[in-house]
Design a protein around this ligand. Sequence first.
Ligand SMILES: Nc1ncnc2c1ncn2[C@@H]1O[C@H](COP(=O)(O)OP(=O)(O)O)[C@@H](O)[C@H]1O
Ligand SMILES: [Mg+2]
Length: 443
Amino acid sequence: MNDPEFAVVEFVLTANVYSEDKTLEPDDLPPSYRAAFYSDGRIERPLTPTLETATDATGVENPWNVVSGLMFTDKDDFDGSLTFTDRGMAEEWFRDRADADRVQENPVLTKYFEGEIEEASYETARQQNRPSRADRAVIDDLLAEYFDEDEEGEMLDLVDVRAPSEIEMTLDDIVLTGDQENEILKIVKAIKHREYLASIGLREIGKLLFVGPPGTGKTTVARALARKLDLPFVEVKLSMITSQYLGETAKNVEKTFEVAKRLSPCILFIDEFDFVAKTRSSDEHAAIKRAVNTLLKSIDEVSLVQDEVLLIGATNHPDQLDAAAWRRFDEIVNFPKPDRNMRSDILEIVTREMDILDFDPAALAEITEGLTGSDLRLVLREAVLDALTEERTTLTQQDLLDAVEDFEERDTLKNMDMIEGDHDALVAGGDLGGGSDGHDHDH
Ligand SMILES: Nc1ncnc2c1ncn2[C@@H]1O[C@H](COP(=O)(O)OP(=O)(O)O)[C@@H](O)[C@H]1O
Ligand SMILES: [Mg+2]
């Protein structure tokens, strides 16, 4: 239901009930309500519903306009607060219109009306409601506690923390191999049953390594998993460990793990994991080595079962990992380049919202051997932009075929650039050869 009048009444009623019942916690408030009431990452009683907070929480632009016609509402012109002149009447009005599905999204009112609105259960509502520790405001408050302003620059380079609500892609947007699906299911179950795992002594669980070429969905899957599980997503970029901030880096790596533990349960994603092996074998600056050693030690000390931190590492270069790096992960998840069927499925998903005449994803999959999910996205983007130059928003299969050909040409160019002595081919008028054998695309 998307009824603004109902939404505003629900909001005012929720604020009143929450202010009275001290056993209710922020986790009982719907996330959008919390967002409206946060101050320094905290929610203080009483909650005063105002025109402004009502708009923030419900998205209704003119809250007073939509409820001013009701007999039981009032507004204070001085502070903009919204009140009920007759609470009993307001509750009756609400109960008459409320359906279980809708109320279930609001644990505060589900508790208040339990038994009065059919099939609404407080316990279920609480379970379904996104917990407050995954809210942006709470995350920001915690980060501010750990890192003062001077350090912010380096921290922003090194870690990126996202609230699950800030993650756009879902697992449904990604085409997975059967193996990947199994691994994801396993980890979802392990998180759910972590107490059981601890009780039987299985503590060494919950460290995954995603391995595969660039553009095969490693980062996207890790993020989508955080969204699915409603967990904050803490991303560490190892290549940002440079001598630029000598001395501070090891400390910041340590802090990152502390933050992850405080944010837990959460996902800690360490991209470019091959960086670890590289620094150990080369004669890097001592400060960098120290940071990497701190990282390895921190990885050993963090645990899904004890700290509720799920660690996911990712690498494009598994060949560069040494034994010390491998043994720190208990599951390896392979991200291969997509096969023909997967390419077809990816094309279907990527084009879901597009108009395409004679669309034949299987035929496109046939001629895109060697392309990753990320490549296919680029191909589609080019086709869309090309069509726009002709003022078209409806594409044709031919547009997509042309875009694949262009992509292969560009790809050939890119590769030639790296092959010594092949520069002749880059001279204008030279044959780029992309179109003739567009089939085999082996790097
Ligand atoms: N299997 C896939 N299904 C759908 N989209 C994919 C797939 N693999 C990659 N992509 C898309 O390609 C882009 C880059 O993927 P990303 O997760 O950054 O790859 P990686 O981290 O492995 O380099 C993302 O927009 C992602 O959605
Ligand atoms: Mg990535």
